[in-house]
Design a protein around this ligand. Sequence first.
Ligand code: PHB
Length: 390
Amino acid sequence: MKRRLVLALAASAAALAATGAATAQELLKIGLILPMTGPFASTGKQIDAAVKLYMQQNGDAVAGRKVQVILKDDTGAADTTKRLAQELIVNDKVSVLAGFGLTPLALAPAPLATQAKVPEIVMAAATATITEASPYIVRSSFTLPQATVPMVEWATKNGLKKVVTLVSDFGPGLDAEKAFSEGFTKAGGTVENLRVPLRNPDFSPFLQRAADAKPDAVFVFVPSGVGAQFMKQFSERGLDKSGIRLISTGDVVDDDILNEMGGVAAGVVSTHHYSAAHDSPENKAFVEAFRKANGNMRPNFMAVGGYDGMHLVYEGLKKTNGQAGEALLKAMSGMSWTSPRGPVSIDPATRDIVQNIYVRKVETRDGELYNVEFATIPNVKDPVKAAKGN
Ligand code: PHB
């Protein structure tokens, strides 16, 4: 009798341990919403590949939670992003929303993230104000003012006096235009602003106007994936032979499409937080593994945003022992680590990323075009928030 009781207790203890283990292996779902089709599919493809690589390297379980990524294609339409976010929260019960290839796509689900207390990791979109749309937003990408302000300094130091800005007419373009124009005029330069529609852009009439203004340089922002089309029209209009310099943020000469641009891209100086040519052991390992896993595709800055976004989730879960929600949000804020792009941290006051911005020039290396970094501005905060005292 006694023996039987002991056995029964042992059995129930074992059962309890098993249940405990089962609880510990509770699924943690990440809803990854990206433009996998449509004009911004390059961003979706890069981030999806980076998320898969991160999980291949770090496993599909962390801090006792099994991680499942549910990938959804919003085709680049904000109302679709919002509907998908709602479904992921209500039906799939995701603990994290991630991705967001464009600013309107990051803004649309922000109220849902707040309501449901689900962290929203912005891996791509880069308008400065995005992090203010919800206290649950954490950003692993960058901001346009962060990438642009160092270009003002380079342009001024290199004797440019008159610049035409040419940007896509939506959040990040307007951020880039403002950051460049304000800084450059303050330094004594003159600026003319041109805005190109985001959807189906025809750059020709704008390039003609830019050429007619006879500036020292054209400063350009177009979203990732669109740069090749811009460069084609830039050379078709003969601007590359007109003596007008082309300067930009790294979005225009992004690594996904840089090599297809050909000679017209050679010599373009840009400022950005990531180049596939970044010289560090972490980046060499990242680029090699990414290429190997993706038929030799070169990672661009979107891929690094995705990879680092996953790092935030995994390392955050380690800190909270697998707890999601508010605890995970807190654990991600203030985190610092060495990314393939260099040293980074999440500013706990703004939940925005602090990172180095590099000045780069397009050069040929081993027969391929790369953005070769030649100067570093360390630990740059988003200047818009810094100006507000954050
Ligand atoms: C954005 O919509 O915020 C965005 C998209 C592509 C970029 C940069 C910013 O390359």
